[in-house]
Design a protein around this ligand. Structure first.
Ligand code: PEP
Length: 232
């Protein structure tokens, strides 16, 4: 089964969520479509579409103004949560240690974390990708529980740039082998970074890829639905 995960970031109104979820619910697809929405849109009508959050607090409750706990997210009916997105690492100084705690907190609250890992452009250019990805996996992945790994090269997010399918295949294979060695051989691996209707098929057909994580192109039905179609 392939996952198609939309990340709306800080975009979207209730009306836009309604239009998107109603349209997806009418679609015949073998893909598991998940929409990761801002906290304000998690609850309410979702026309049966799976919903995820974009962040989770490291803490259970208490004096953490502005944070949202796993229990609060679960109470909205959301089933997934993105952790360690590149924009959280850059804009909020999130570390691997924090990301691991967030992922474990998600699992504790019966949410499935979508754990993002990816190298910077400088790391990509200097050939450090494999070492960076391995370190991130060592330091962020929970020992047990269900999760999804999202390989998102940080330089590919929102830039229109992507690694070649061949470069991607090498990294995905390395992630797959690492997961297998650590008793997570069935953990889904998705790719994210500048996916659109034109390039979706070449990424989805890479061995061991189980889906795509899509930012910009997930915001409008006109750009999102053709990506879902590329799976079916
Ligand atoms: C993302 O935000 O996770 C992402 C992949 O964004 P985009 O598809 O816009 O590159």
């Amino acid at each position: 089964m392939q996952f198609i995960i939309g990340n709306w970031k800080m975009n979207g109104t209730r009306k836009e969520k309604d239009t998107m979820t109603a349209t997806i619910s009418r679609k015949k697809t073998s893909a598991r479509v998940i929409l990761c929405l801002p906290f304000t849109l998690l609850s309410g009508e979702n026309h049966g579409v799976l919903i995820g959050a974009q962040d989770i607090s490291e803490h259970d409750n208490g004096a953490y103004t502005g944070d949202i706990s796993g229990k609060m997210i679960a109470e909205t009916g959301a089933k997934y949560v993105i952790v360690g997105h590149s924009e959280r690492r850059s804009n909020h100084d999130e570390t691997n240690k924090m990301i691991k705690t967030k992922a474990e907190n998600a699992i504790k609250n019966k949410l499935i974390p979508i754990i993002c890992i990816g190298e910077t452009l400088a790391e990509h250019k200097s050939g450090a990708t494999k070492a960076v990805i391995t370190k991130m996996m060592k330091e962020t992945l929970p020992i047990s529980g269900k999760f999804i790994v999202a390989y998102e090269p940080r330089w590919a997010i929102g830039t229109g740039l992507t690694p070649t399918p061949e470069q991607t295949a090498q990294i995905i294979n390395m992630i797959y082998e690492y997961l297998k060695k650590h008793n997570h051989g069935t953990t889904p691996i998705v790719y994210g970074g500048s996916i659109n209707a034109t390039n979706a098929k070449s990424f989805i057909s890479i061995p061991h890829i189980n889906g795509l994580l899509i930012g910009g192109a997930s915001l409008k039905t006109k750009t999102f639905l053709p990506i879902i179609d590329s799976i079916s």
